[in-house]
Design a protein. Structure first.
Ligand SMILES: Nc1ncnc2c1ncn2[C@@H]1O[C@H](COP(=O)(O)OS(=O)(=O)O)[C@@H](OP(=O)(O)O)[C@H]1O
Ligand SMILES: [Mg+2]
Length: 393
């Protein structure tokens, strides 16, 4: 089902049809609820394919904003570059979901009411969104082609208003995850996960600033020196029970994919652990104390966004620690759904600080969980033991 990438710079190649080995045009515009074509071996392949294409198209928009407006603006007060990227990417992805799975709901990070008040910003986003398309016309039309008008863009953004919950098909969408990284000129991610009856089944993540090479080592500067020609950009995906893959982000048809997996950790003291850049988002002091307790000598790798999940899923790091700063903060489902399935399908485990699986059935937040701990299955218990000791749980 997967192929290896033969060219060292495959993102520059025009890739041939077929666009996906799983895709059947006969159910392109039909929700699986009305066309139950899934079989045991084909489950969620259509959803994966559309999610990947939609994330890829939205990543074109975010990259355009990143290079033209955002890169390195974090010291300035103007946050509008990330606002533009967020709203634009959310509109494009929701349009693709509505076109292909009209009965599905979306939990999106953004909603358009503030944008409706700010006509200039709305017009600026529309000028950008209306011209974003995949180079491959067939792929683009599978996603619904261009949005019809500024109003339909605003409507699409508003359709991310599902309350979530334990029943039905719900997409969790973070159009620009790692907004600080986006403004800083570092890592950010376009993230989409499908939750069915409370369980994550599909995930797709675009990381325009991660290296294509799955074996490239990471450090806290990874992606910090971006240029439009640096050749980075990865599209990750996973389906429950079907494994996880990476492929280069392209601007047209999907590139060939490769399976990814977490690397074995025979000696935990040599593990590489990742954490967020923002001290307000996870307790870097507690993270460091856990690492020390495990005997880990390497300094942490600090990356913004779900690029952390992606990096450990492909064995560029080993452990992701997100120990809470504030007791009452509830993690958002869109910050974790796609990363959770990616890591679990790559051979890892994702839990909260108590060792419980993340529960995506509680609405828009992970109300039943605190913090996140992700590691290869074989060492997860040891990591949780250290977390409990440090946090005195
Ligand atoms: N207090 C607190 N605790 C935990 N998490 C929080 C908190 N506040 C915000 N957020 C969410 O963190 C998301 C970014 O996570 P990152 O892993 O990128 O964090 S970091 O910036 O690298 O530190 C970020 O997502 P984006 O807004 O999409 O960037 C927020 O949803
Ligand atoms: Mg986020």
């Amino acid at each position: 089902m997967t192929t290896t990438v033969p060219s060292p710079r495959p993102y520059l190649r025009v890739l041939p049809a077929p666009v996906s080995p799983y895709y059947s045009p006969s159910f392109a515009s039909t929700s699986p609820q009305s066309a139950p074509l899934h079989t045991a071996t084909m489950s969620y392949q259509q959803e994966r394919f559309i999610a990947e294409l939609a994330v890829q198209r939205a990543s074109i928009l975010t990259q355009k904003v990143f290079f033209e407006k955002a890169k390195g603006t974090v010291s300035k007060d103007d946050k509008s570059p990330v606002t533009i990227g967020d709203f634009g990417a959310q509109a494009l992805i929701i349009q693709a979901i509505r076109k292909n799975f009209p009965n599905d709901e979306v939990v999106g990070e953004e909603e358009a009411s503030s944008l409706r008040q700010d006509k200039d910003l709305s017009a600026e986003i529309w000028r950008l969104v209306k011209d974003i398309k995949l180079d491959d016309a067939e792929s683009d039309s599978l996603l619904g082609g261009p949005l019809a008008s500024e109003e339909s863009m605003l409507d699409a953004i508003d359709q991310g208003n599902s309350p979530g919950g334990p029943k039905g098909r719900i997409w969790a969408l973070d159009p620009v995850d790692g907004t600080k990284g986006f403004l800083r000129g570092g890592q950010y991610a376009v993230c989409l996960g499908l939750i069915v009856d409370g369980d994550v089944k599909v995930g797709a993540i675009g990381t325009p600033n991660l290296p294509i090479d799955d074996t490239a080592p990471i450090d806290s500067n990874t992606g910090a020196q971006q240029s439009a020609t640096s050749g980075n950009g990865v599209l990750f995906s996973a389906v429950l029970g079907e494994g996880a893959t990476s492929r280069p982000l392209t601007s047209g048809v999907l590139a060939p994919s490769k399976p990814i997996s977490m690397r074995p950790v025979p000696d935990i003291t040599q593990a590489v652990f990742c954490e967020g850049v923002e001290a307000a988002h996870s307790s870097q002091g507690d993270n460091a104390a856990v690492a020390q307790r495990l005997g880990i000598t390497n300094a942490s790798v600090r990356l913004d966004s779900q690029a952390k999940y992606c990096s450990i899923a492909r064995g560029a790091g080993d452990i992701y620690l997100r120990l809470p700063v504030k007791k009452d903060y509830q993690e958002k489902i869109w910050d974790h759904a796609a990363g959770d399935i990616l890591v679990r399908e790559a051979g890892g485990q994702v839990t909260d600080i108590y060792g419980a699986r993340l529960d995506f059935s509680k609405g828009r937040t992970l109300a039943a969980n605190k913090g996140v701990v992700a590691a290869p299955k074989a060492i997860q218990d040891e990591v949780i033991g250290a977390v409990k000791a440090v946090l005195k749980l």
